[in-house]
Ligand binder design. Sequence first.
Ligand SMILES: CC(C)(COP(=O)(O)OP(=O)(O)OC[C@H]1O[C@@H](n2cnc3c(N)ncnc32)[C@H](O)[C@@H]1OP(=O)(O)O)[C@@H](O)C(=O)NCCC(=O)NCCSC(=O)Cc1ccccc1
Length: 317
Amino acid sequence: MTNLQNAAEEEQLAHFMQRIERGDKIEADDWMPEEYRLTLIRLISMHGISEIMGALPEKEWVPKAPSLNRKLGIMAKVQDEMGHGQLLLRVTEDLLVPYGKNRGDIMQDLFNGDLKFHNVFHMETKTWADAGIIGWLVDGAAIITQTNMLGASYGPYARALQRICAEEVFHAQHGESIIMALAEGTDEQKAMIQESLNRWWEALLMFFGPASKETTGSSKQDLTIKYKIRTKTNEEFRQLFFDKYIPRILSLGLTIPDPTIRFDEESKLWSYKQPDWNEFKKIIKNGGPRSHARLNLRRSSYENNAWVRDALSVKVT
Ligand SMILES: CC(C)(COP(=O)(O)OP(=O)(O)OC[C@H]1O[C@@H](n2cnc3c(N)ncnc32)[C@H](O)[C@@H]1OP(=O)(O)O)[C@@H](O)C(=O)NCCC(=O)NCCSC(=O)Cc1ccccc1
């Protein structure tokens, strides 16, 4: 590369960073550095595919919901999550244009194990309380990370998140309503929530990702903050989750399954028992209790529906 080309590229990059600094929205066909494009592809494809895989744990409870109203509610939620996934895969597809890849390739990356989905969706849903905990606390956690990105520098993602976040608020209310009904129920129902919370607690802490790269060997937090895709670190998100949900959990008479957890008045931070990050690494490499079953289900429904994609892609002359 000549000195002239180098200088032109540096100027282009400086101009891009000025746009980021002054809060411009970057659009799909604007020039962007490859690092920015790859950061977005990694984040949004994982988010999108997690929404799709995230519909499966609750889908298992559609036939077993305890009333018709609950069945309608959980079915609507499952549909919404699949819709979020489709929307986000479309946003990713535009970013993939220079690499000649599309949504089908993202799905293949999932099946090949090259694309991860969020740790919580590898877990079992053993009881109806699990359906409530997912809506109340997993969606609650998702609202914390996703509302932080409503102002993201990448316009198409920020706009998609407006709709997604609005719907996630309904999902959290749906989950809260399941939990409130159980909390006002029999001793057995109350025990069911506590047992579910005990099993989900570690997964909920892991949801926000490790605090630093020492845990997994890599962290993209600095990049997403540098490019103003988000403003807070993984640990700041986890602390916001504690601030919001610990008082609510305790007010229902439940116990946090961590006897060491406490709020430090001086630092204004919660100290808590770290989840098992080695287990986290295993789960996100598709070694969780339901990873294979859910991937198999996704693969077979993708294959069974191939005829619909084929029919839609036929050009009528
Ligand atoms: C903040 C964070 C969660 C993590 O920050 P990052 O910058 O991504 O991570 P960082 O670089 O610090 O980590 C180092 C390494 O660890 C990986 N890793 C980290 N955490 C996880 C994890 N939890 N699970 C698995 N892997 C994780 C990470 O990829 C990286 O791996 P690499 O080295 O690249 O191979 C971010 O992904 C985010 O905001 N995402 C957008 C929102 C979103 O996706 N929402 C969730 C889905 S929607 C939802 O829930 C709604 C719903 C509810 C109910 C039912 C259905 C649907």
